[in-house]
Each structure stands twice: as structure tokens, then as C-alpha cells.
Design a protein around this ligand. Structure first.
Ligand SMILES: [Zn+2]
Length: 83
């Protein structure tokens, strides 16, 4: 899938079977039959940064705004698990 980094506008191509793009999912398992790592929870469309550096730069740049969203998300998680 063709993606454009929202931090630097570089074009990159994340797929289900590569490690291109961030945020990166590190959970998964090794499939011996296919001789490769199978990632779990990899949502290609959510990979909006071409590099870890761009992800960090963007999160830092918008930290004040994003931290409020992150706290809201965490609060929603807490409430969902308390039901
Ligand atoms: Zn970038």
C-alpha cells in the first residue's frame, strides 16, 4: 500500500509482510512453514510515518495536544474494563 509520511511527505510502501512504516507492531510469531515472522495487529493504514524518527518528531511537535488525547483514550480503556 502506498503511504505518504505525514511528517516529511516521503512516499513509502508498508505491507502486511514487511517492517516498513510506523507505528510498528512488534507482537507476532514465527511461522516455520513460511520461514518468516507473522505480525499480529498490523494495520497498514495506521502506518502514517515512514520512520521512527518522523514518528517521534511528530509526537514531540504535537505533544501538548496529543497527550490530552492519549489520556482520554486511557480513561476510556479503564472505563471499558470496569464495566
Ligand atoms: Zn517521514
Amino acid at each position: 500500500m502506498k503511504q505518504v509520511c505525514i511528517n516529511c511527505n516521503k512516499v513509502f510502501y508498508p505491507t502486511k509482510n514487511n517492517y516498513v512504516g510506523y507505528p510498528q507492531s512488534y507482537s507476532g510469531y514465527f511461522n516455520n512453514d513460511e520461514n518468516r515472522w507473522i505480525s499480529i495487529d498490523t494495520n497498514i493504514e495506521s502506518k502514517v510515518f515512514h520512520s521512527r524518527h518522523c514518528q517521534d518528531q511528530f509526537l514531540t511537535k504535537h505533544g501538548d495536544y496529543l497527550s490530552r488525547i492519549f489520556r482520554d483514550l486511557k480513561q476510556n480503556e479503564r472505563e471499558a474494563t470496569n464495566d
